[in-house]
Design a protein around this ligand. Structure first.
Ligand code: ATP
Length: 484
């Protein structure tokens, strides 16, 4: 049977990948901590993304901007005025819901019952009402559809209100009139406001990109589904600045490049798909999501958006600083340089925590092995070796006769290249199992023969096959497998 989200959450906690935040105080909703293995897996994903962006493209560079930004940033970007979700409360249960999600669930129900027409009609009507900000209309639609609160079972709904998702706090002491600032709800704006700094100091020529990995914060109304929807999360975003008119071909190129990335790190093609947005955000002229098939269905993991010159123009207007680039390349149509313009932007934006969750869900494997009485279940994480928190575990067969010392020597010889651990407790079978559960691709066992001929056995996680090789070959062999 396919693993449920509950299986995934339990495994992530039990083996040191993800813990609920401040768990001893019963946790904090939609906030999670990465444990000793989770942080390694997440760091590996971030490093691969960073390399794929900055190292494999000579025209993409990185930055690391602050979480706090001047408050006008969020005025210009539109977040102060329109980064809202419509919410509705049930008066009996006192539970709060996202009005759009209630309607989407209803539409899903119609679709599951085979009534595609009714499903898409409902979504269309919802889109229209939200587009016109007709909140009473949204409430009426919820009631007309007979949607009841799953907790109280009633349809005693309040009015629908817009709820801004940005967290705010104060800078400065109260005495010297402190001012309101926001925790960034996306990393992209840190890139936009640094566009000219990077372009000038890096002598960058359009087209070029700026990549960033960092925390973002959103006060999500309905925060469930583990690390899929968190209130504090991490984004990996890249804004690619292009000459106006060329954005569609860059958009298509980045869309395909990003899809290939997900497949290269081991997510299977059949669990990935594009979802093209028909209803576009105010800043976009094309948008597509890369969706992954999570245990709760296909959901957005990454967005690729053609954002036009919306952001740079808005910052130019509000800051009164020109956000232009001088393009000295000659336009064949006019025979003159393209000259000054505000570049268009194609963005790729993926959540590190959603990518982590997708990778974790995909790796989680339960198999029945053996026959008859020997039949048992085997659970392991089938992670690409490049992503595994521990690349190799070295075991002495027994804790005597010089085997531990020999094993420790091997650990020392490998640890500058890979994350390698030493394990001597419990029977060797148990040690293999423990490594399977955290996805270690190779286990190296030191036995009596090792003392004679300097060979060890290396066990492959996925096949459990063991082969004997010289110690001198370990580094090259593991190195080959963990590279991407
Ligand atoms: P959703 O519709 O699921 O709320 P979104 O369309 O608002 O997502 P974007 O604003 O495009 O998301 O953000 C880009 C990426 O950041 C998303 O594809 C997702 O991977 C990640 N992301 C956004 N919100 C969250 C969150 N609350 N928790 C974890 N990751 C998130």
């Amino acid at each position: 049977p396919a693993a449920s989200l509950q299986d995934i959450i339990a495994h992530a906690k039990e083996y040191g990948f993800v813990f609920p935040s401040s768990e001893i105080y019963d946790g904090l909703q939609a906030v999670y901590d990465y444990g000793q293995n989770g942080v390694e897996l997440k760091n590996n994903l971030k490093t691969l993304w960073w390399k794929a962006m900055t190292q494999l493209h000579d025209n993409v560079v990185g930055i690391d901007a602050s979480i706090f930004m001047h408050p006008l940033t969020w005025k210009a970007s539109g977040h102060v005025d329109s980064f809202n979700d419509p919410m509705i409360d049930n008066r009996d249960s006192k539970k709060r819901y996202r009005a759009d999600q209630l309607l989407e669930l209803k539409a899903e129900e119609y679709a599951n019952a085979g009534d595609e027409a009714r499903s898409s009609a409902l979504l269309q009507e919802m889109g229209r009402l939200l587009g016109e900000n007709d909140l009473d209309g949204v409430r009426n639609l919820i009631i007309a559809e007979g949607i009841k609160d799953p907790v109280s079972g009633t349809d005693n709904w309040t009015e629908v209100r817009q709820f801004n998702l940005m967290f705010s706090t104060q800078v400065g002491s109260l005495a010297e009139d402190a001012s309101l600032i926001y925790l960034r709800p996306e990393t992209a704006q840190g890139i936009f406001v640094n566009f000219l700094n990077v372009q000038k100091t890096g002598r960058m020529k359009v087209p070029f990109g700026i990549a960033q990995i960092g925390k973002a914060f959103r006060n999500e109304i309905v925060a469930r589904q583990f690390t899929f929807r968190m209130r504090e999360f991490e984004q990996m975003e890249m804004q690619f600045f292009v000459r106006p008119g060329t954005e569609m071909s860059w958009y298509e190129q980045w869309r395909d490049t990003r899809m290939k990335f997900h497949q290269a790190i081991g997510l299977p093609a059949e669990k990935l798909k594009f979802h093209i947005h028909e209803k576009l955000a105010h800043y976009a002229n094309a948008a597509v999501d890369i969706e992954y098939k999570f245990p709760f269905g296909f959901r957005e993991m990454e967005g690729i958006h053609s954002r036009t010159d919306f952001d740079l123009k808005a910052h130019q207007e509000l800051s009164r600083k020109k956000q232009q680039y001088f393009d000295n390349e000659v336009d064949p149509a006019t025979g003159k340089p393209y000259g000054n313009y505000v570049p268009y932007v194609v963005e790729t934006s993926v959540g590190a925590d959603r990518l982590f969750l997708a990778t974790f869900c995909n790796a989680f494997t339960r198999e029945t092995v053996g026959e008859g009485d020997e039949k048992k279940e085997r659970t392991y994480l089938k992670l690409h070796p490049a992503l595994a928190p521990v690349k190799a575990a070295v075991f002495p067969l027994v804790r005597k006769d010089g085997l531990p010392e020999k094993a420790e020597q091997i650990v020392k010889s490998l640890r500058s290249e890979f994350r390698v651990i030493y394990e001597e407790r419990d029977a060797i079978g148990k040690r293999y199992t423990r490594q399977d559960l955290i996805g270690t691709p190779f286990c190296i066992a030191v036995d009596y023969q090792t003392l004679e001929d300097d060979t060890v056995t290396i066990r492959y996680r996925d096949t459990t096959e063991q082969i004997r090789i010289p110690i001198s070959e370990l580094k090259a062999r593991i190195g080959q497998e963990v590279s991407m």
